[in-house]
Design a protein around this ligand. Structure first.
Ligand code: ADP
Ligand code: MG
Ligand code: MG
Length: 210
């Protein structure tokens, strides 16, 4: 079954709901190693995305994702706003004019999102950022698709890998963003951005396995 703009709309709706539900938890994680605003930042951004969705719901998938990215850039702020914004804009650019996606194009869009985050934030894996959740998720998705798994199951594997990646940030030393100002004191805390990335992957998996 191809992925349509309705799936994308459902994904964004599920993502907004999950971020809202986890808002306080994300903010608490950011309180430990940042400035205690990550949950509030993302909740504000996804609330704006939801308000904007009806105006693009009949457009192609690329347009919906690009609009989402631009809305995130203009409403989230901080480090994560430009990073997540770039991720959605790049995914949208990779899917320009597409109304239906193959499984390979879902992978392509996630790869474009990661490339955008890395181009903007210059983080490598192991530096305690959202990259530590997204990169293993993409690897798991690629491996599952190569093994012939259906998209829903492959995205579940990706979401599991993102969650594992977020947990694996706990012992890491932060080398990017505000958490890096703490030096060794950043060790022992889960990265808020890696955690929100895992929630976004979970929302995607939930949407595509129905
Ligand atoms: P701010 O730190 O400006 O308050 P947020 O709290 O919204 O912004 O987001 C913090 C998250 O952003 C971090 O937990 C981390 O995952 C992510 N982040 C920060 N800098 C980078 C970077 N250079 N590359 C990738 N992710 C980053
Ligand atoms: Mg913060
Ligand atoms: Mg901030």
């Amino acid at each position: 079954m191809p992925i349509t703009v309705e799936h994308v709309t459902h994904f964004l709706t599920a993502a907004a709901a999950l971020i809202h539900e986890r808002r306080d938890e994300l903010t608490a994680l950011d309180a430990a190693i940042g400035d205690a605003d990550h949950g509030a930042n993302l909740d504000r951004g996804f609330t704006a995305v939801m308000a904007r969705l009806p105006s693009v719901a009949d457009k192609d998938i690329g347009t919906v994702l690009k609009t989402t990215g631009m809305t995130i850039v203009s409403t989230v702020g901080g480090a994560s706003g430009p990073l997540y914004g770039t991720a959605f804009v790049r995914a949208g650019m990779a899917l320009a004019d597409r109304h239906e996606l193959s499984t390979e194009e879902v992978l392509l869009a996630l790869e474009a999102a990661l490339d955008g985050i890395v181009a903007r934030g210059k983080a490598q894996r192991g530096e305690k950022t959202m990259v530590d959740a997204l990169a293993p998720a993409i690897e798991a998705l690629r491996a599952a698709l190569a093994a012939g798994e259906p998209l829903g199951r492959a995205l579940q594997a990706a979401a599991d890998a993102a969650e594992g990646g977020a947990k694996a940030t706990i012992p890491m030393l932060a080398l990017k963003g505000r958490a890096s100002y703490l030096g060794e004191r950043s060790i022992g805390h889960q990265d808020p951005g890696a955690t929100s990335t895992a929630y976004l992957l979970r929302a995607l998996a939930m949407t595509c396995s129905r």
